[in-house]
Design a protein around this ligand. Structure first.
Ligand code: PMP
Length: 290
């Protein structure tokens, strides 16, 4: 098996020829963490006249540019520039028969947003990956291209974040958080199967038990969510963060009077190891059992 490079290999990195063994990339790139990159696989051959020829180079670079466009990745190169760089790389490495790997990756673009206000959420046109196509329970980098596309779409249309449905059209989760909604004193959350089994989601379920809050896991439609009193996202980064609206629908219940808010407070208490106070506002469950 041929290895991709050796100690003498020269590659082309953002316009510069550098030794492969010395080329670096930033570790805080979404390409490393979330598989956010586009690439090509191209071959060059020594032809019958002894010349080096890259096969279908224009087609490959057109596809690369189109891949970058579809993934909303900045792409400033022309095919001719890249093809010229490829020929120069082949020359500098003294090879004619080669497999060429152009890769477009993101710069250091990781960010961490602290949520302070209720979120305005948009139902995404993207669905969560089909669990038959991925091991959806795995927190695998490549799965997060789906999350990036959904977040970009929501933000580009003026919303704070996206909500994705599963392959059957039931509500699933956010790009990086699970969802609960509240209706008439009960909390509802999508069942496991088509979502990431969130550790925060499990903590919320634990808190519901401790606080006597009625909670159900199941399959819920976007229409059921729109008819909810309140809703929230939960995740390690997001913690418990309430929603103001989904698409054009505002949630009617005052967040501060909601069961969701009780969960938010209890979660803050749990993470700081404070003793959790039982809420004054009773959920449907505690009323039923009272
Ligand atoms: N769903 C997705 C897609 C996520 O990326 C995350 C964040 N890890 C979650 C849910 C919430 O998981 P956790 O509570 O374990 O952070």
């Amino acid at each position: 098996m041929a290895s991709y490079y050796n100690e003498h290999t020269v590659l082309w990195l953002n316009g510069e020829f550098v030794k492969a063994s010395e080329a670096k990339m930033d570790l805080y790139s979404q390409s490393l963490h979330y598989g956010y990159s586009v690439f090509e696989g191209i071959r060059s051959y020594k032809n019958i006249h002894g010349e080096t020829k890259i096969f279908k180079a224009q087609e490959h670079y057109q596809r690369l540019a189109e891949s970058a466009r579809l993934m909303n990745m900045p792409y400033k190169w022309t095919a001719d520039e890249l093809i010229a760089a490829n020929y120069e790389v082949l020359k500098r490495n003294n090879i004619q028969d080669a497999y060429i790997r152009p890769l477009v990756y993101a710069p250091a673009n990781m960010s961490f947003a602290r949520n302070t206000e209720l979120l305005r959420i948009k139902t995404s046109s993207y669905q969560r990956p089909n669990p038959k196509g991925f091991n959806i329970q795995a927190k695998a980098g490549g799965h997060y291209v789906n999350s990036i596309l959904a977040s970009q779409e929501a933000r580009s249309t003026g919303y704070d974040e996206a909500l994705l449905t599963d392959m059957n059209g039931f509500i699933a989760e956010g790009p990086g958080a699970n969802i609960f909604f509240e209706k008439s004193g009960t909390l509802f959350t999508p069942a496991l199967g088509n979502i990431l089994p969130g550790i925060t989601r499990a903590t919320v379920l634990e808190l519901c038990k401790e606080l006597d809050i009625a909670v159900e896991e199941g399959q819920y439609t976007p229409a059921q969510l729109k008819n909810a009193d309140t809703a929230f996202f939960c995740g390690t980064a997001a913690e418990v963060i309430g929603w103001e609206s989904i698409d054009e629908t505002k949630f009617p219940k005052d967040w501060n009077e909601s069961i969701s808010k009780q969960i938010q407070t209890a979660y803050k208490e749990r993470v700081t190891e404070k003793e959790i106070k039982k809420p004054k506002v009773k959920s449907k469950n505690s009323l039923a059992s009272a």
